[in-house]
Design a protein around this ligand. Structure first.
Ligand SMILES: C[S@@+](CC[C@H](N)C(=O)[O-])C[C@H]1O[C@@H](n2cnc3c(N)ncnc32)[C@H](O)[C@@H]1O
Length: 189
């Protein structure tokens, strides 16, 4: 089911990115909403070694599950960014439901306009092209900052770790990529 949804996500998003090569002028999302299964979220945060002193940014936060989980499991601060008001509403409901308002907030901002330098962990579930477009922003982050991406790589950048994780929620094997700042370029050999 999710595989079908994700395939649809890629097709629709490819259309969107093809139709809007840069940031959408009307501020519409660059990729449709598909939530990361909760056990994949937990694995992503574990791979990024999230701890209490981290500031986690989820770029395109959906219902806020990643930043909410980082606060609940590890006591980390988090900010989720999205440009879909419905997603921000759902995020705020989850922040309230899990009582993490002291640690987590969400903001209505386009991810390509963000200064990422204060964050120590970035989480992504976007598309390969969008990950690549984020490289100039990621390169301004502090050394030792970690980036984790669900399913999609960042062409030209060597991952610190790649894990295949089978979710018990959807029975699908998900790829999770971890990169560490400073980013390491792949060599062409
Ligand atoms: C595939 S969903 C991932 C949601 C969440 N991170 C997760 O893993 O469960 C991508 C999200 O990115 C948001 N989004 C897409 N383009 C965006 C942009 N340019 N700026 C901010 N949010 C964006 C969408 O609204 C959607 O909620």
């Amino acid at each position: 089911m999710l595989r079908i949804a994700l395939t649809g996500c890629v097709i629709i998003a490819s259309f969107l990115t093809a139709a809007t090569p840069s940031v959408a002028a009307d501020n519409s999302p660059d990729v449709v909403y598909v939530p990361t299964p909760n056990d994949v979220v937990a694995k992503m945060l574990q791979m990024a070694k999230v701890k209490k002193t981290d500031l986690v940014y989820d770029l395109g936060c959906g219902d806020g599950r990643i930043v909410v989980t980082a606060a609940r499991k590890f006591g980390a601060k988090g900010v989720g960014f999205d440009i879909n008001p419905q997603r921000l509403k759902e995020s705020n409901e989850n922040i309230k439901k899990y009582n993490v308002g002291k640690l987590v907030k969400v903001e209505n901002k386009n991810i390509f306009d963000l200064d990422l330098s204060k964050a120590s962990v970035i989480t992504l579930y976007l598309l390969p092209k969008l990950n690549v477009r984020l490289i100039p922003q990621i390169e301004k982050m502090k050394p030792g900052s970690r980036i984790v991406s669900h399913n999609y790589d960042m062409e030209g950048i060597k991952p610190t770790e790649t894990v295949q994780f089978k979710s018990r929620e959807d029975n699908i094997t998900h790829t999770i990529y971890l990169w560490t700042v400073p980013l390491e370029r792949e060599t062409s050999e």
